[in-house]
Design a protein around this ligand. Structure first.
Ligand code: NDP
Length: 481
């Protein structure tokens, strides 16, 4: 069986106590790899390596251009080994190989290229002062960054954190989710091959609570923690970080609203709405899992939406024609199944969907869920959508905002004024109008309320991963002639 070690200080290593756990392929439902099970001592080892690399190594002192060259080389290697990386995520968590190949791998390489170039070309403020001084800003690396990632877009979200941290000169300890160790390990190996000095990118495998993940959040030698995961876990991470006053960036859960107005381009609205809630089997923080459709087009929309959902090919994620794979693990499958099975008791009608082969949940569309139904209020993180009709714009906005989450929202309309008006009124970190999931990495990304704290992307990542410093200089007046 494949063995997946840690990557610490440039070496592929076992845990200090030799412990291992198994990673299960959610399609075959059998273990496919053994993984080093890190504990607090392995976390401590990785932070020590990162600390040393930062305090005495070349990486933070190298300059943007030279670091950028190495990060571009890492992006080249990610592209060259794209097949291996895509297969790693597919085998670990059931993502369709076509998605992993077409989206996760290229976006991961792009994360590295973008942040390498962004850091090199970033400009600071220069503030000429009336007093004969001028002030300017420097962006100095923060130090040791702990990056804790979820399992739904393993490589893509890991590089989203690691790339800006490295580009700004930090040294990193990455902890992937226990369900998705493989691509992070390959990333660690490729980083060595690309020429990152030892200790600059360390990958510690293992569990989060009461284990390596938690130990990383409690280590006082860590300067930044960037975390993506559930809102409850985010609270635990935030509490641990508070003890050391370590700044945290939290990208958390969501319950995205999707508003389809009766003047929308129906074909476009259906296509994106399918993508928004059923891609990656709905295991997407940004999922448009609450769909509000204006009454005039409700029936026509629901018919087309249901037909498109039923047409999605569900099954073996390694088959290139598959659009919807199994859920990531048995525990997660059971959780989503319980939501679906409990929905009818909450007043809902199942328009289509339900349990498929193995750990597959077919695209599931619910109508008539009560106001307090769990399927409406809680993040399900599966291919399940609650659909409601609305009459007025105000009613739609109020319904969309009726959630403690605020990661993102979508709206579909051909009315320009309404598009801007509604985008402004929605309480969300990102609003997509007539599209979904399109990203510009310069834009802020993050959530409101239970969806997170802070923003990353472009200059927002710069602010988080550096210590901005003000330098004030007096300009000596010219000697009098
Ligand atoms: P979890 O919160 O369960 O886990 C996320 C990571 O945190 C994993 O690596 C996990 O390790 C680790 N972890 C768990 N407990 C602790 C702890 N006490 N201290 C430190 N680390 C810990 O989330 P999931 O992996 O289940 O991911 C799904 C969630 O992520 C959803 O809520 C989703 O909405 C959210 N998400 C948010 C995104 C955003 O950008 N806002 C993007 C993608 C997902 P282990 O695997 O061992 O538990």
């Amino acid at each position: 069986m494949t063995f997946i070690p840690h990557v610490i200080d440039g070496e592929e290593v076992e845990s200090l106590d030799g412990a291992r756990f198994e990673s299960v392929d959610p399609w075959t439902r059998a273990p496919w790899a053994e993984v080093a099970l890190g504990d607090a001592r392995d976390a401590e080892r990785a932070v020590t390596a990162a600390r040393r690399a930062f305090d005495t190594g070349p990486w933070p002192r190298m300059g943007y251009a030279e670091r950028g060259k190495i990060l571009h080389r890492l992006a080249d290697l990610i592209e060259a080994r794209g097949g291996e990386l895509a297969l790693a995520d597919t085998t670990d968590m059931g993502k369709p190989i076509s998605d992993a190949t077409a989206m996760d791998v290229p976006r991961s390489a792009h994360n590295l290229r973008f942040f390498a170039d962004h850091a090199r070309m970033s400009v600071g403020d220069l503030l000429p002062m009336d007093t004969g001084h001028h002030a300017y800003t420097r962006f100095e690396p923060a130090g040791v960054v702990v990056a804790i990632a979820p399992w739904n877009f393993p490589l893509m979200l890991e590089t989203w954190k690691v790339a800006p941290a490295l580009a700004w000169g930090n040294c990193v300890v990455l902890k992937p989710a226990e369900d998705t160790p493989a691509s992070a390990h390959i990333l660690g190996r490729l980083a060595n091959e690309a020429g990152l000095p030892p200790g600059v990118l360390n990958v510690v495998q293992g569990y989060g609570p009461e284990s390596a993940g938690q130990a990383l959040t409690e280590d006082a030698r860590v300067d930044r923690i960037t975390f993506t995961g559930e809102s409850g876990t985010g609270r635990a991470v935030s509490r641990a970080a508070a003890a050391n006053l370590t700044p945290v960036s939290l990208e958390l859960g969501g319950k995205g609203a999707n508003l389809v107005f009766d003047d929308a381009d129906l074909e476009r609205a259906v296509r994106w709405s399918i993508q928004a809630v059923f891609s990656n089997a709905g295991q997407v923080c940004l999922a448009g899992s609450r769909l509000f459709v204006q009454r005039g087009i409700f029936d026509a929309f629901l018919d087309a939406f249901t037909a498109a959902a039923d047409a999605m090919v569900a099954g073996d994620p390694k088959d290139p024609s598959t659009k919807l794979g199994p859920l990531s693990s048995e525990a997660h499958f059971n959780k989503v199944r319980e939501y679906v099975e409990g929905a009818v008791g909450e007043g809902a009608t199942i328009v289509t969907g339900g349990v498929g082969d193995g750990w597959v949940i077919r695209p599931t569309i619910l109508t008539g869920a009560s106001a307090t139904a769990r399927v409406r209020c809680e993040e399900i993180f599966g291919p399940v959508v609650v659909v409601d009709a609305f009459d007025s714009e105000d009613e739609a906005v109020a319904a969309a905002n009726n959630t403690p989450y605020g990661l993102n929202a979508m709206l579909f309309t051909e009315n320009l004024s309404r598009a801007h008006r509604v985008a402004a009124a929605l309480r969300a970190g990102t609003v997509w109008t007539n599209c979904f999931f399109i990203r510009d990495l310069r834009a802020p990304f993050g959530g409101v309320g239970d969806s997170g704290v802070g923003r990353e992307g472009g200059n927002f990542s710069r602010e988080f991963f550096t210590e901005p410093k003000a330098v004030v200089m007096e300009i000596t007046p010219a000697p009098r002639a």
